[in-house]
Design a protein around this ligand. Structure first.
Ligand code: FMN
Length: 189
C-alpha cells in the first residue's frame, strides 16, 4: 500500500485561487513519486471555531465534527499545506483546523506551498513554527509561488495560471522527493 499524503487547501474565501493552485501543485507532486495524494478542502471540512471543552492533546472529543476530522487526519502519513499569505501570516482557518487535533499530526512530515506577491515566505515561517509545536516534521525546503499584481485581473483571479506557475514546477517536484524521503525515514523508526 502506498503512503497517503493529504494536500490541504488552506484558504476558504468565496473567490479564492487556492483550489486552482492546489490542482496545479498536485499534478507536479503526483508526477515524481509513488505516494498517493488526496485533496482536503478546508471549506468542505467546514469546522466551526474551536469548540471543544477539553484540550485536544487529551484526545477526548465531545463534538462529532472533531471526531470526523480526527479520523480523516489520522488516515494520512504526511501533509502538504497549500496556502496564501494573509497580512504576513497564514490563514486563520488553517490554524483553527490544526488546533482542533493534536496526536493526529505527530511525527508526520509537512510540506509547505505558499503564494503571495513575494511568495508568501513570512506565512511559511509562521506555519513552520506551528508545525514544530505540533510535533510535525516540516520539510527543510518550502515552495514559494510568486504571484504579482500583473499575474491577476482586477478580481484577483489568475490570468494565465500555467504560465505564472510554470517556473515553480521543479520546486514542487523537489518537495515531493523530500516528502518521499521523509516518509522513508518514518518507516525506519
Ligand atoms: C486578508 C488578506 C490579506 C492579504 N495579505 C497579503 C500579504 O501579506 N502578502 C501578499 O503577498 N498578499 C496578500 N494578500 C493577497 C493574496 O495573496 C491574494 O488575495 C490571494 O489571492 C489570496 O489567496 P486566496 O485567493 O486563495 O484566498 C492578502 C489577501 C487577503 C484576502
Amino acid at each position: 500500500v502506498s503512503q497517503q499524503v493529504g494536500v490541504i487547501i488552506g484558504s476558504t474565501r468565496p473567490s479564492r485561487i487556492c483550489p486552482a493552485i492546489t490542482d496545479w501543485a498536485l499534478a507536479h507532486l503526483a508526477a515524481s513519486s509513488d505516494l498517493s495524494y488526496q485533496v482536503i478542502d478546508l471549506a468542505t471540512v467546514d469546522l466551526p471555531f474551536l469548540d471543544e471543552p477539553r484540550k485536544p492533546a487529551l484526545g477526548h472529543y465531545a463534538q462529532e465534527h472533531t471526531r470526523r476530522w480526527s479520523a480523516r487526519v489520522s488516515a494520512f502519513d504526511a501533509f502538504v499545506f497549500v496556502f496564501p499569505q494573509y497580512n504576513w501570516g497564514y490563514p486563520a482557518v488553517l490554524k483553527n483546523a490544526l488546533d482542533f487535533l493534536y496526536e493526529e499530526w505527530h511525527d508526520k512530515p509537512g510540506g509547505l506551498v505558499t503564494y503571495g506577491t513575494r511568495g508568501g515566505g513570512k506565512a511559511a515561517a509562521q506555519l513552520r513554527s506551528v508545525l514544530q509545536g505540533l510535533h510535525m516534521r516540516p520539510l527543510d525546503r518550502n515552495v514559494e509561488l510568486r504571484i504579482t499584481d500583473d499575474d491577476v485581473d482586477e478580481r484577483g483571479q489568475l490570468l494565465d495560471l500555467p504560465a505564472t506557475l510554470a517556473p515553480f514546477g521543479p520546486d514542487v517536484r523537489a518537495l515531493a522527493a523530500d516528502l518521499a524521503e521523509a516518509l522513508l525515514d518514518n518507516q525506519a523508526v
